[in-house]
Design a protein around this ligand. Structure first.
Ligand SMILES: O=C(O)[C@H](O)[C@@H](O)[C@H](O)[C@H](O)COP(=O)(O)O
Length: 235
């Protein structure tokens, strides 16, 4: 079945863009509008964005949107446990893509340099007063991981649940590199939850996730309303 059919059956809003650049622009406008609504209603907006390579285009567009960044608090949905200066750092990627936003916004880094578990507990204390977040933007790996919640991970069910006590946890990528990740208690309780993917491979992976156990494909836990999916082909 197509992504369109699967999303419609699950009640998920699906936006299909003709190419990655138009998806980046549409997604950045959608996020900017949600941030403005949150600021209008509560005086502040809280945003968590995914790392990896895919988000770069929409983050650059988002940095150009007319958002009152001084009223926005920004963090990441996950982080490789490396300093921002490291090429693998999601924080480094975010700062390269959103220099003007990060110069004005409140920034909550996940990497602190103590240890993955100590850093995760420091993040947990800092992010607890932020909940529920206003906007979460997720990516997905071709194995169906989301944030740094990977297939077959220890305590995965608890880490994915919306009612879990753990808000941020140490994690490990399949290549055993240390990670830190926000959990379902944070990511799946946000007012606006967006999943942005592009390319046929990820389309096929996401379609499989609609009928896969979350243990095998953690993204499956996110495929319920109010999640909105943004998809574009690769070219
Ligand atoms: O730190 C990370 O790598 C991300 O947070 C990760 O969960 C990402 O969303 C997927 O792996 C997709 O990555 P790409 O966008 O690079 O395909």
């Amino acid at each position: 079945m197509s992504l369109q059919t699967l999303a419609a059956e699950r009640g998920l809003q699906l936006t299909v863009a003709s190419n990655p650049q138009s998806m980046a622009w549409t997604l950045s406008r959608h996020i900017a509008d949600a941030l403005a609504d949150a600021i209008g209603q509560r005086g502040i907006a809280r945003l968590a964005v995914s790392g990896g390579r895919s988000p770069e285009a929409f983050l650059r567009c988002l940095d150009e949107q007319p958002v009152d960044w001084a009223q926005v608090a920004i963090t990441l949905v996950d982080e490789r446990w490396v300093p921002e200066s490291d090429a693998a750092s999601n924080a480094g990627m975010l700062r390269r893509c959103m220099p003007s936003a990060l110069a004005k916004a409140t920034w909550l880094p996940l990497f602190r340099g103590a240890s993955p578990s100590l850093d995760a507990s420091l993040v947990e204390q800092a992010i607890a007063p932020w909940l529920p977040l206003d906007v979460v933007v997720l990516g997905m790996g071709n194995d169906g991981h989301c944030a740094s919640l990977f297939p077959g991970q220890d305590n995965l069910e608890k880490l994915l649940s919306t009612g879990g006590k753990v808000l941020c946890a140490p994690s490990q990528a399949p290549d055993l590199s240390p990670r830190i990740t926000l959990t379902g208690a944070v990511l799946r309780t946000a007012r606006l939850q967006l999943l942005a993917i592009s390319g046929e491979d990820k389309n096929a992976t996401l379609c499989r996730a609609f009928s896969a156990p979350t243990e095998q494909m953690p993204v499956a836990a996110f495929l319920t309303p109010p999640l909105q999916v943004f998809y574009s082909s690769d070219y």
